[in-house]
Design a protein around this ligand. Sequence first.
Ligand code: GRF
Length: 201
Amino acid sequence: GRLVVLVSGSGTNLQALLDASADPSYGARVVAVGADRDGIEGLVRAERAQVPTFVEKLGDYATRDEWDRAIAARIAAYEPDLVVSAGFMKILGAPTLDAFPVLNTHPALLPSFPGAHGVRDALAYGVKITGCTVMLADEGVDTGPIVAQAAVPVLPGDDEAVLHERIKQVERRLLVETVGRMAREGWTVSGRMVRIGNNTG
Ligand code: GRF
C-alpha cells in the first residue's frame, strides 16, 4: 500500500511508519509526507528518509475550500492507497476525504476527550485509564468510525507531558500494526472491510 502521511509536529508516529516500511513484508510504505507548516521535525524525518515532502499552509489561501482542494491535489499526485493523519492538526475537507481513506490517530479513548487537548482533558477529568484511538477520519473532530484502540494507565503524579509520552509509546505501535494489517489482510471497520492493497511499488 502507498501511504501519504500528514504531520504538524514532531512526527514520531511518522517515524514509526518509516521504520516499519523499511521491511518490504510490512506491506505498506510512505511515498510522501505533507504538512500544514514549515520547520517541523516531521519534515526533517521525511527528508532524512529521502521521502518527498510538501507543505500547504491554510494561511496562504483566501478560503478554507481553496486549501482543501490544494492539499487534496498534492496528496493525489502520489496516488496513495491510504492517507494517514499522524498528529496533523487540521481537519481535512471533502476533496481529500471523498478521494481516499484517511486514517487518524488520537491520544485518548474516543468518544471520550476528542479535540486538540485529549490528554489534558482526560487528566483534568481524573480518569484512571486512558489510551489511544485509530479511526477513519470524517469531517467531524475525532468522530469517524473507530478502527483500533489501546488502553494506557494514568499514574499518580502524571502531568500532561509525561502521560502523553506514555500514550505515544502505545499509539505508535497501534498505528503501525493497524496500517500493516490493513495492507496485508484488510481490517473490518463498522462491519465493512477496509483493505488498502499491499503493492509497495
Ligand atoms: C500524537 O499523540 C497524536 O495523536 C497527537 O499528537 C501527537 C503527534 O505526535 N494528536 P508525533 O508528531 O507523531 O510525534
